[in-house]
Design a protein around this ligand. Sequence first.
Ligand code: UD1
Length: 317
Amino acid sequence: MACQGHYVVTGGAGFIGSAIVRGLLREGAGPIVVIDNLLTGRESNLEEVRARIDFQRADIRDYGEIAPLIRGAAVVFHEAAIPSVPRSIDDPAPSHETNIDGTFNVLRAAREGRAGRVVYAASSSAYGDTEVLPKVESMAPRPKSPYALQKLVGEYYCGVFSQVWGLETVALRYFNVYGPRQDPSSPYSGVLSLFMKALLERRAPTIFGDGEQSRDFTFVEDVADLNLKAARAKNVAGKVYNGGNGGRVTLNQAWAMLQEIEGVQIPAVYAQPRAGDVRDSQADTTAAARDLGHSPRFSFEEGMRLTLEWYRRDAGR
Ligand code: UD1
C-alpha cells in the first residue's frame, strides 16, 4: 500500500500518464503509485519501469478503491479519463462517469487524504470556437461536446476544491497531445496517430471536413515536463493554464509533411465534418511560461519525426 509523500499518477499506464511516470523517475522522485483500470491504458507502456513503480489496477469511479492509494500523496497527477470528442457523443454515459464522477472521487480522496497537490489534465476543447486566436485562459469557455463539458466541469471542481477546502490544484488545458505510445488502434484515436499508421501501411487517411481545421499539436514530452513544473510551482493553487505549444497546423499541412518525410504521395480521402469538432485551436502560452516556466522543446517537425520512428519500430516488434 502507498506510503506518505508519494506521487500518484491516475491513468499512469496511458500515453500521457506513462510519460509523466518516466519524467518523475528521471527526476528521482518517488515512490510512485500508478492507478489505471487498463481500459485504454496498457501495461506495456510501463514495461521498462515496471519494477520501479507500484502499479495498482483500480478504477477512479470507485472511491473506496482509490482513496487509500491517494491518502498522504505529495502530488496526484490526474490523467485518467475517457478521451475523445466523438466517443463522448456516440456513448456519453461512460465518459461522463469517468471524467466527471471519477474526477470528483480523485479530488475528494486528495482532500480527505490530505494530499499536497492535484495536477489535473484539462482540455483545450473547453474553449470551443472562439472568435480570437490564440486562446487565452481568460476567455469564456464554450464547450461544444460532452467531452469538452466534462473536462471543464473537472476544472471547475478543481477550482472549488481549492477555494472551499484549500486543496492545491493546478489544471493544465492540453492542446492535442501526440507522440510515441499514442494508441492508433481505435477510430477515436488522436488524428496524428491515425495518420502515421495509415502512412506506414501506405493507406489513405480519412480527413473529416476540408482539412483546413487547425490544431496546436503538442509533443507528449513537453506535456510531461509541464506537469512536473506545475507540481513544483508556487502560488498557483486553483489556477488553469494552457498546455500547448503556441503553434497551429492544419490537417492538410500535417498530412503533407508526413508524405514528404516518407517520400510518398497518397491523397487523403475527405469525409463529412465531425459533430462537435472545433475549427481552430492554438494556445497562448504566456501565463504558463510566466507562472510555471513552461518552455516546449520540440518543434512540430521534430516531434513528428520522433513519433513516426517510434510507430515504425513498434510495428516491427
Ligand atoms: C480534442 C481536444 C484535445 C483533447 C482530445 C481528446 C480540441 C481542439 N482538442 O481533440 O485537447 O485532448 O479531444 O480526445 O477540442 N480527424 C480526421 N481524421 C481522423 C480523425 C480525426 O480528420 O481520422 C480530425 C477531427 O475531425 C479533428 C482533428 O482531426 O478536426 C483532430 O481530431 P482528434 O485527434 O480526435 O482530436 P480533437 O477532437 O481535436
